[in-house]
Write a protein that binds this ligand. Structure first.
Ligand code: SAH
Ligand code: SF4
Ligand code: F3S
Length: 474
């Protein structure tokens, strides 16, 4: 297939596999298999990347563990989306120095979005000398080569130069779940929302080939995965760099045609590119879960323009109406930023009125965090922290009320849910998810995990539903 995005040649991937084999035979000579720990911050894309890192580590002969204590290799896969996320990483990476003192041959790696920020790489180089390897997300497929370099030469490795990125196929995946799976369909972002670091850390938009994605999905369905999420920073841009007329609705429809009892979700959709064609496919395909995460960021058109979102408040509301006309009970979730530079309280109130008009099922609310190198970080930001916090609290209170009201409407209904795990509360031994992704607590036998079941909803809180089995699970 002709395409504009570079694809890593198969022989380069093969070379990485040879490095894995070389390390595997070195590791096999040790008295016990060495252990590797991967810690993940940030979005599902990072979770999916961590499954590839674990896959490569397992291929190198490492046993994957759930703790950094005594691990031979520690990988911290980082997120740069907000200041707070970065501070947590610096704190936790700093604390690793104690473990390394006790185990000097331990290798500490830092990858993910923070690695791609020049000021972070400088700080790690100078002040975090116990970190051995730093590499950005576009270099992930070269991890075996980098780790081998650290292990065999015992020097520090920094691979953090900015790169647009390519498509690397054929890397081993170590999936953490048996029911839910993430599948990246594209990487990078070209949208450059003025507050956002992602286009700088993840490079340019590029799509995986549909045949490869569909083959992976077919394998997951055959392995019994029940809940599969297609991932991209903006899945609605899928296919722009491919030939053959591919777009996201077509991919979703073909994916929904794969035999098996599973649901398909996707994250994230930029509203400017969410089309009626997509909504039609969602409405038509039973396997497409009736849920969409459609971040609106602000309810005020001036602020949206300053954010470079390229839609107006009215256009957003029209999209929601077009979606609900096709799927009336669609579960709608969103992201919103409070305190964007220059946002006034009356402008913030447009955000409040938008959530009252739309009534989202759930909202991810963030206070604006300046990111070095983005246009918004240079804008005047006169509003005090206190005023931003007060606005934020008003938004959270309004959304909590709406979420509770939305949940109350489920009481008495029967929902087909996937029973997906053990609950933490002894009175409700199991957890489940509705097709729309809402959390349900229920009592039942752990042998039901992995089944779809009809659950009668009996009670709710702001955050979750409570229910009981209505019929024998299928
Ligand atoms: N690609 C996704 C968003 C990824 S980031 C999309 O476009 O929908 C997830 C959310 O973090 C964003 O939707 C936004 O609400 C928030 N966010 C991004 N940058 C931020 C910043 N600098 N400060 C506060 N929140 C931010
Ligand atoms: Fe960031 Fe905007 Fe791209 Fe989402 S679409 S990752 S918010 S630049
Ligand atoms: Fe964070 Fe990078 Fe995802 S900045 S939100 S890990 S794309």
């Amino acid at each position: 297939m002709n395409r504009t995005t570079p694809v890593i040649p198969a022989e380069d991937i093969q070379r990485q596999k040879e490095y894995c084999a070389e390390l595997r035979s070195l590791n096999a000579q040790r008295p016990a298999p060495p252990r590797a720990y991967v810690d993940t911050y940030g979005c599902q894309q990072n979770e999916a990347d961590s499954e590839l890192i674990r896959g490569m580590l397992a291929d190198m002969g490492y046993e994957i563990t759930g703790t950094d204590q005594g691990a031979d290799v520690i990988v911290i896969n980082t997120c740069a989306i907000r200041e707070h996320a970065e501070q947590r990483v610096f704190g936790n990476v700093g604390a690793l120095v104690h473990g390394k003192r006790k185990k000097p041959d331990q290798v500490i790696c830092l990858c993910g979005c923070m690695a791609q920020e020049a000021h972070v790489a400088d700080r790690l180089r100078q002040s975090y000398r116990h970190v051995d390897l730093v590499f950005g997300p576009q270099q992930l497929w070269r991890f075996p080569e980098f780790l081998r370099r650290v292990l065999l030469r015992r020097g520090r490795v920094f691979e953090t130069a900015p790169v647009d990125g390519a498509i690397a196929e054929g890397l081993p995946v170590y999936r953490s779940g048996r029911l839910k799976a993430w599948v990246s369909i594209m990487y990078g972002c070209n949208n450059f929302c003025s507050y956002c670091i992602v286009p700088y850390t993840r490079g340019r938009e590029r799509s995986r080939e549909p045949e490869i994605i569909l083959k992976e999905l077919k394998e997951l369905a055959e392995q019994g995965y029940k809940d599969i999420t297609l991932l991209g920073q903006n899945v609605n841009s899928y296919g722009k760099d491919l030939e053959g007329g591919w777009d996201f609705p077509r991919l979703l429809e073909e994916a929904a045609g794969i035999p098996g009892d599973f649901l398909l979700r996707f994250m994230t959709s930029h509203p400017k590119d969410a089309t009626e064609k997509l909504f039609d496919v969602m409405a038509r395909c039973e396997k497409a879960a009736p849920v969409i995460h459609l971040p609106f960021q602000s309810g005020n058109t001036r602020v949206l323009t300053a954010m470079n979102r390229r839609y107006t408040r009215e256009q957003y509301l029209e999209k929601v109406a077009a979606l609900r006309a096709r799927i009336p009970d669609v579960v709608l979730t969103s992201d919103v930023i409070v305190g964007f530079p220059g946002e006034t309280t009356p402008e913030f109130e447009d955000t409040l009125s938008l959530i009252e008009a739309v009534r989202f099922d759930a909202l991810f609310t963030f206070i604006y965090s300046p990111r070095k190198g983005t246009p918004a970080a240079e804008m005047d930001d006169p509003m005090s922290k206190e005023e931003k916090s007060a606005n934020f609290d008003r938004l959270v209170a309004a959304q909590n009320r709406i979420s509770l009201e939305k949940h109350q409407a489920y009481i008495g209904t029967v929902q087909r849910c996937l029973i997906d795990g053990l609950g933490e509360d002894p009175r409700h031994g199991l957890t489940a998810r509705t097709a729309g992704g809402r959390l349900v607590h229920l009592d039942g036998d752990p042998s039901l995990i992995g089944r779809f079941a009809d659950i009668r909803i009996t009670d709710c809180s702001t955050w979750a539903l409570f229910g009981e089995l209505d019929a024998e699970p299928s």
